[in-house]
Design a protein around this ligand. Structure first.
Ligand code: NAI
Length: 699
């Protein structure tokens, strides 16, 4: 049992003891009910304190039990709360640090609550596509009032205990402790003071009314609808809280349970819960134990002050880590520095960054033209031109000057990290850190593990990425790593769709309706169509038998590289990002189609989505099988954080799992029959075929 039981004089103290946040797993729930029984059976005990050991009162459900039968095993949370309410001796919850989700619901089942200041109080279930399921929607409005409660439940955001205590007439906290340190003692005294009070107060018996309920809930519903289009849970939060004002307590509880159970099975909640787990799993590398010692990173050097170098430097400055930037020429340094300044100044203007913070960040940045000035940096990230010859020169210099043990990272997006590592006499210290553009904004970081990359280098880079607030995913060495290797297949399907009868706008619209932040052609215009062109030219040499649509090449031959040239698949007005369809491009596609002798056909949105998304999935299955990614959920994180895949679909692998891999494979076999498509590509990856045949899933 993960709860301790002690008796101090006439007060029994039950202390939840399930680090790190006293998750309400089976053994903790059992510990609480067991303590309650002991206390009620002991004549010497007059009252009870329920609290949490360590860093939290309770963070709520135990994520280790997510989705397992244990989560519902009796005593489940509802039963524990009932046992608290039914205790014949008063129970005082002593809350501190973190009191969230099931933890808050648990405290609301106690007769009294005393809180330490600084405690984060929340019902965050909505963030997992759920509503609180153990009375939160019924008891919190009774404790703090309908409007503050609905706000907390719909947003899932934490509010500090001292703020909640200021709500007029609130019944959430009967007393605020003077400090976290004095909480235990004050809780004991409070429990003694109320030991003889009868009847015992219950939150469930408090009134719950809103003076203009109908209007208020209508407004709330409208607001939520606009903000959470693709998620059902926020609207359901409104329904549940409204029922607290209209139904009897037990009926409200039954209604809450009904909604909670239905939401558990929605694809949106599954996706959000999958992401919650995937995000935590991404930082774990199977053969690199968590206790691997990390190298100390106090200062960083960045080589190249271009598009990526500047953004990369900003990440470290934002985290308070000094950066030295190196360029070949002073003008390039000045230009890079100017862009960083402009970025920060824009943030200051928008009120997102304080002037003194801006100055403080800039003071951490220095520049140099001389490699010898970098010798003290703990880590260096190279972001120079994407040419092996240039990388070779840079890494030989770095090998010469950097102190032993420094981490040498490359931001290359296509080159072989093992080859780069071989330019040095310390390949174990070399690693890829593939940032995404704009590097100071995009959350994703692909960490490229070379053949010889040391485990402590990987562990250090993962820890550093957390410091600079990136979601890091480890990828093995291969062309394009995880994300771009998959996007190449996605792009290839986009090309075939144009040849067969689509317009760029039709494909983009279908994908945007599916939920992608941007369709493939708008994305190409943003990233620069010349990048894909360069890759294809390489492929024509390397893989002469690989099938490609030539349409994108024709576009590039016209110099339509995208937003940067003011024209790509679409036209762009300077300073604006709206994509305006261009009749000439459509004509170019039609002419090319005619030249190939293809009669256009009407292609459904469903086919567009399936071909593009399943192209990602099939390539991803190869990536998984080859060990380039260590888990399917890592691939989902790459697409969610770096490629605008819709959150509510949980990433391509989770999406395929939800559709059913059998169905995915069936569709692939159908696509393989299309003579204008690439039959070889649509052979399901062996791993995918195997999982589908066994009725299994990726995740
Ligand atoms: P960029 O052309 O904007 O910047 C490169 C900078 O490196 C220039 O300022 C140049 O003066 C400097 N440079 C070139 N050779 C140098 C040398 N020997 N020593 C010192 N400085 C030198 O290029 P960008 O876009 O920043 O790309 C840099 C790297 O990042 C490339 O490896 C690229 O593949 C990678 N990358 C680019 C992404 C993008 O979206 N632009 C995304 C992810 C990675």
């Amino acid at each position: 049992m993960t709860a301790k039981y002690e008796v101090h004089g006439s007060v029994a103290v039950i202390t939840m003891d399930n680090p790190p946040v006293n998750g309400l797993g089976y053994s903790t729930r059992l510990g609480i009910t067991d303590g309650l029984q002991k206390a009620n059976a002991d004549a010497a005990v007059k009252s009870i304190v329920l609290t949490g050991g360590g860093k939290a009162f309770s963070g709520g459900a135990d994520i280790k039990e997510f989705g397992s039968p244990k989560a519902l095993a009796e005593p489940n949370l509802l039963s524990v709360i009932l046992a608290l309410e039914n205790s014949s001796k008063p129970v005082v919850a002593a809350v501190h640090s973190v009191c969230m989700g099931g933890g808050l619901e648990l405290s609301l089942g106690c007769h009294y609550r005393i809180a330490a200041p600084g405690c984060s109080v929340a019902l965050p279930e909505v963030k997992l596509g759920l509503i609180p399921g153990a009375g939160g929607t019924q008891r919190l409005p009774r404790a703090i009032g309908v409007e503050p409660a609905l706000n907390m439940i719909v947003s899932g955001e934490a509010v500090k205990s001292e703020l909640l205590a200021q709500i007029p007439g609130q019944k959430l906290f009967d007393k605020m402790a003077a400090s976290a340190e004095s909480l235990a003692e004050e809780a004991l005294a409070y429990a003694q003071a109320v030991s003889d009070t009868r009847p015992l107060p219950l939150v469930r018996n408090l009134p719950c009314k809103h003076p203009n309920g109908d209007a208020y809930f209508q407004f709330a519903r409208n607001m939520v609808k606009g903000m959470a289009k693709n998620f059902p849970a926020p609207g359901k939060c409104v329904d549940a809280v409204e029922s607290a004002t209209k139904k009897k307590f037990d009926e409200g509880m039954a209604f809450e349970r009904e909604i909670f159970t239905a939401l558990m099975f929605t694809p949106e909640s599954r996706a959000l819960r999958h992401i919650f787990v995937a995000e935590r799993a991404a930082s774990k590398i199977p053969d690199v134990p968590e206790e691997t010692p990390k190298r100390d990173i106090q200062s960083v050097a960045v080589i190249g002050a271009g598009t990526m170098g500047g953004g990369i430097a900003m990440n470290f400055l934002n985290a308070g880590i000094p950066v030295k930037m190196l360029e070949m020429k002073q003008e390039a340094l000045d230009k890079g520095l100017g862009i960083i300044r402009k970025n920060y100044e824009a943030q200051v203007k928008k009120g997102k960054l304080k002037q003194d913070k801006y100055e403080q960040r800039m003071s951490l940045l220095s520049t140099t033209l001389n490699y010898d000035d970098l010798k003290d940096a703990d880590m260096v990230i190279e972001a120079v031109f994407e040419e092996m010859g240039v990388k070779e020169k840079v890494f030989k210099e770095l090998d010469r000057v950097m102190k032993p043990g420094a981490i040498l990272a490359s931001n290359t997006s296509t080159l072989d990290v093992d080859q780069i590592a071989a330019f040095t006499k310390r390949p174990q210290d070399v690693v890829g850190m593939h940032f995404f553009s704009p590097a100071n904004v995009m959350k994703l970081l692909e960490v490229i593990r070379g053949e010889k990359t040391a485990k402590d280098v990987l562990a250090t880079v993962m820890a550093v990425s957390k410091k600079i607030k990136k979601t890091a995913v480890v990828s093995g060495v291969c062309d394009g790593f995880i994300g771009n290797r998959m996007i190449e297949q996605y792009g290839r399907q986009g090309g075939f769709l144009l040849d067969e009868g689509c317009t760029p706008a039709q494909v983009d619209k279908a994908m945007e309706k599916f939920g992608m932040a941007m369709g493939p052609f708008r994305m190409g215009d943003l990233a620069g169509n010349d990048i894909g062109w360069a890759i294809r030219k390489r492929r024509y040499q390397e893989k002469p038998n690989m099938k490609y649509s030539k349409t994108a090449d024709l576009l590039c031959e016209k110099g339509r590289f995208g937003q940067k040239t003011g024209a790509g698949w679409y036209d762009y007005i300077p300073g604006k990002r709206d994509a305006i369809p261009n009749a000439e491009v459509v004509k170019m596609i039609e002419d090319h189609r005619a030249a190939l002798g293809i009669t256009p056909r009407k292609i459904s949105d469903e086919e567009i989505v399936q071909r593009l998304v399943y192209a990602l999935v099939n390539e991803a299955a190869h990536i998984l099988e080859e060990g380039i990614a260590s888990k399917a959920s890592d691939i989902d994180m790459v697409y969610l954080m770096g490629y605008g895949f819709p959150i509510y679909r949980g990433g391509p692998m989770n999406y395929a799992d939800q559709i059913g891999l059998f169905n995915v494979v069936q569709s692939m076999q159908r696509f393989a029959q299309n003579p204008l498509d690439d039959a070889a590509f649509w052979q399901p990856a062996p791993l995918l075929a195997k999982l589908a045949a066994e009725g299994k899933t990726f995740n």
